[in-house]
Design a protein around this ligand. Structure first.
Ligand code: AMP
Length: 120
């Protein structure tokens, strides 16, 4: 799947659409999910044009991967979730219900999260 530069997260990265920003560095941007599914629900996205984890894991430069993973960890600590715990999730493709075709890692926390998967 080719990267669509008009996806909503690309627009957020370009500053064309606002977001509730939590953290930003050279490799990543973190902001609150617009429709939170847990008490804390934050998205972390890489600055590069990657459709999903599948694309990112195959094409991203090592520095981008390190920068992105470190940013996810830093954001979780910044949210105060280190001790209480959190869940990270990245959807890829139709079975996962990925909606936005720019890689994003969800961070869920701030409450008991229940079991991992709810099959349809
Ligand atoms: P996914 O199903 O993994 O692609 O998740 C997409 C997520 O993006 C959903 O949790 C949406 O609530 C969230 N979302 C969509 N548009 C925005 C936006 N403009 N700002 C923040 N979060 C958004």
């Amino acid at each position: 799947m080719a990267y669509d530069p008009n996806n909503i997260f690309a627009k957020i990265l370009r500053g064309e659409i606002p977001c509730k920003k939590l953290y930003e560095d050279q490799h990543a941007l973190a902001f609150h999910d617009i429709n939170p599914q847990a008490k804390t629900h934050v998205l972390v996205i890489p600055k590069g044009a990657y459709v999903s984890f599948e694309d990112f894991s195959e094409r991203a430069e090592p520095a981008e991967i390190v920068g992105f993973v470190r940013a996810v960890g830093m954001v979780a600590r910044k949210l105060g979730l280190k001790e209480s715990g959190y869940r990270i999730l990245a959807n890829h493709g139709p079975d996962s219900h990925q909606e936005v075709p720019h890689l994003h890692v969800h961070i869920f926390g701030g409450q008991r999260l229940g079991r991992m998967i709810q099959p349809e």
